[in-house]
Design a protein around this ligand. Structure first.
Ligand code: 5GP
Length: 198
């Protein structure tokens, strides 16, 4: 998605060879107009899938997922990282190891929001090792529902997440695919595919 790639080049900051910081438009301050376009693109790509629910994880998945929900006209559920105060809730629970915090948290969704006849579209902000997406897919499975696909705003294609998800048979749609963050520079996968004519 050209608009997103331009925004990453303009406002993203390469922290090191493995981490991109996008807190000026996605992870802290949010660019609503860009989120709207992202939601529209996800909705277009999954229009034929009969999606009934979108599942994401707090907090950075919520903005793009909500915009996709707006276009797809379906509810958006975000998995919680902290235990809710209403402890009497019946919960679906899965462990997710955090790429950025290097700690494992139990994430949860209330059983009342996911049913076995749901067709679920999973959305997250980044894809690195695939832990978050696989944890969310586990919650969907526990509900007996079906994962129809996984939408990622920024995929770091040089890390193993995408291959892991594809190997498990999931459809993965990433709006930006980063081939490398080496030397402080963002290189997109599609730039690498350019054939040089001499
Ligand atoms: P995974 O679970 O695929 O290993 O990592 C994805 C999760 O880690 C995302 O939910 C995101 O919050 C975080 N993450 C992974 N890589 C990056 C990154 O380069 N930058 C930022 N800001 N977050 C990342």
């Amino acid at each position: 998605m050209k608009l997103l790639e331009e925004k990453i080049i303009q406002d993203g900051r390469v922290l090191n060879d493995n981490v991109l910081k996008v807190d000026s438009f996605l992870n802290h301050q949010i660019d609503p107009q860009l989120m709207l376009e992202i939601g529209k693109e996800f909705a277009k790509r999954f229009a034929a899938e009969g999606v009934t629910k979108i599942v994401t994880i707090e907090s950075s998945g919520i903005a793009p997922a909500t915009m996709a929900g707006l276009y797809m006209k379906v509810p958006v559920i975000f998995a919680r990282k902290r235990k809710s105060l209403t402890l009497n809730e019946d919960l679906l629970i899965a462990p997710i190891h955090s790429f950025t915090k290097n700690e494992t948290n139990e994430v949860s969704i209330s059983k009342k929001f996911l049913k076995s006849n749901d067709r679920v579209f999973i959305i997250d902000d980044f894809l690195a090792n695939g832990e978050a997406a696989l944890g969310l897919a586990e919650l969907v499975k526990q509900a007996g529902a079906e994962v129809v696909g996984i939408g990622i705003v920024i995929e770091k294609s040089f890390q193993p997440g995408a291959q892991k998800l594809l190997a498990q048979g999931y459809r993965v749609e990433s709006l930006a695919q980063i081939a490398s963050l080496e030397n402080g520079k963002v290189t997109f996968l599609n730039e690498q595919e350019v054939v040089k004519v001499s």
